[in-house]
Design a protein around this ligand. Structure first.
Ligand code: SF4
Length: 428
């Protein structure tokens, strides 16, 4: 079993760690103070580059490189936007940080803003996160009272404002450019890229968008050094990760483990194995948008590169475990309902395709499937993939293709018999 370093979750069990005095008593805000009083912006970016910190919202883009893309000579203000619109099904890590260690995030925001010479940051928090919003708002007020936000931070001439924006419940606003439109008061529609947000982002200004978990890592990188951080993970994947484990395991929950920990180890050693000692059937490794893995494919490292090589993705590290009682038609129905509901409707392949997919999967589930349905589902999905404005199209297509490819026999049996008696038979 991997050693379990407590980096991001080190304060989760500490009473009142969301209060600024508790956070400061444990060394909090010393990294931000060091950055503002002893370091230059370029030095901070170099340190983050060396740490191999990658975007932990799902895309996995190297964070230091992203900060480095911000034009140095822009006449427009630069903004930092924190994506806390945690809507990926199976994912609940950012919620923990917002509630249990909000000052680690605020400290990361201060460092990021200083590095890219921004004086205004916006955090976009998922509308359903009522309690996290309440706690985070309190933490921001404390930081202002202490002089860690606002004018003249730590006695320097650096000033920073952090503005909280609460979303309205649309999944697509977690897509970074839809989030920017929503922040600007428009309907949350993903934008065509390029231009990328680093050049033309919020209010047409250079903008860095980082996820909550990503920024919460930054104070630890400054405090203990890039080399220490990069060695916690594996090649090109620095640090640890908060894995959200749900579904048919004995101990569902949030586990902090190094990037690159084996999926098998997470399920069987940390999450206690399959409930009632039933047989594992399938695993979604990185939120509902990732392609599914069969039970014999879980001996794999949970890092961006290894999962991409296996045809799936680490994404949000939301691991959903399914045992032998799971009907794959029903599982796909749940996923397709979600995607059909959440498509923003801007591009036809996604808008129409997700609706058609749902119709067909519903038909199969109701016992009215037709022999050509599976090929049609694959064909529709392949026509969505790569033909849309944002990655939502690919995300909607990948479950359909992977579920059918890996469990075709079960889908065919469903169409033939109109039932899921394969699952019942397995349990006899
Ligand atoms: S892919 Fe879907 S969600 Fe993304 S812009 Fe097009 S219609 Fe909207």
């Amino acid at each position: 079993m991997s050693a379990c370093p407590k980096i991001l979750s080190q304060h989760f069990d500490v009473p009142n760690a969301h209060k600024i005095e508790v956070y400061c008593s444990r060394g909090g805000y010393t990294s931000a103070r060091k950055v503002l009083t002893e370091m230059g912006a370029e030095q901070v970016i170099e340190e983050v580059k060396k740490s191999n910190l990658r975007g932990l919202g799902g895309a996995g883009f190297p964070t230091g490189m992203k900060w480095g893309f911000i034009p140095r000579q822009s006449k427009k203000p630069c903004y930092v936007v924190i994506n806390a619109d945690e809507g990926e099904p199976g994912t609940f890590k950012d919620r923990y940080i917002l509630c249990l260690d909000p000052h680690a995030l605020i400290e990361g925001v201060i460092i990021a803003c200083f590095a890219v010479k921004s004086h205004k940051a916006f955090i976009y928090i998922r509308g359903e996160y009522v309690e996290p919003v309440r706690i985070f708002r309190g933490a921001v007020e404390e930081a202002y009272e202490k002089g860690f936000l606002g004018k003249g931070i730590f006695g320097t001439d650096y000033s920073l404002d952090l503005i909280i924006h609460v979303g309205a419940g649309a999944y697509i606003c977690g897509e970074e450019t839809a989030l920017l439109d929503s922040l600007e008061g428009k309907k949350g529609f993903p934008r065509l890229k390029p231009p990328f947000p680093a050049v033309k982002g919020l209010f047409n200004s250079p903008t860095v968008i980082n996820n909550v978990e990503t920024l919460a890592c930054v104070p630890h990188i400054i405090n203990k050094g890039a080399e220490w951080f990069s060695k916690l993970g594996c090649e090109k994947n620095g640090g640890t990760r908060l894995y959200s484990v749900s579904g048919h395991v004995k101990k569902p929950g949030l586990y902090e483990l190094p990037l690159g920990t084996s999926l098998k180890e997470i399920i069987y050693e940390h999450a206690g194995g399959i409930r009632q000692d039933l047989i594992l059937k399938a695993v979604i490794p990185g939120g509902i948008s990732s392609s599914i893995l069969k039970a014999n494919e879980i001996d794999i490292r949970m890092d961006f590169n290894s999962l991409a090589a296996a045809g799936t993705m680490l994404g949000s590290a939301g691991i959903m475990v399914m045992d032998e009682t799971t009907c794959m038609v029903k599982a796909l129905l749940v996923a397709t309902r979600f995607f059909a509901h959440e498509s923003c409707g801007q591009c036809s392949p996604c808008r129409e395709g997700t609706g058609w997919i749902l119709k067909i999967v519903e038909r199969i589930w109701e016992g009215k499937g037709r022999p050509q349905d599976l090929d049609n589902l694959i064909d529709i999905s392949q026509n969505i993939e790569g033909n849309t404005i944002c990655a939502f199209g690919d995300a909607a297509a990948s479950p359909v293709i992977s579920y059918i490819k890996k469990f075709r026999g079960e889908f065919e049996h469903h169409i033939k018999t109109g039932s899921c008696d394969l699952v019942e038979a397995a349990l006899k």
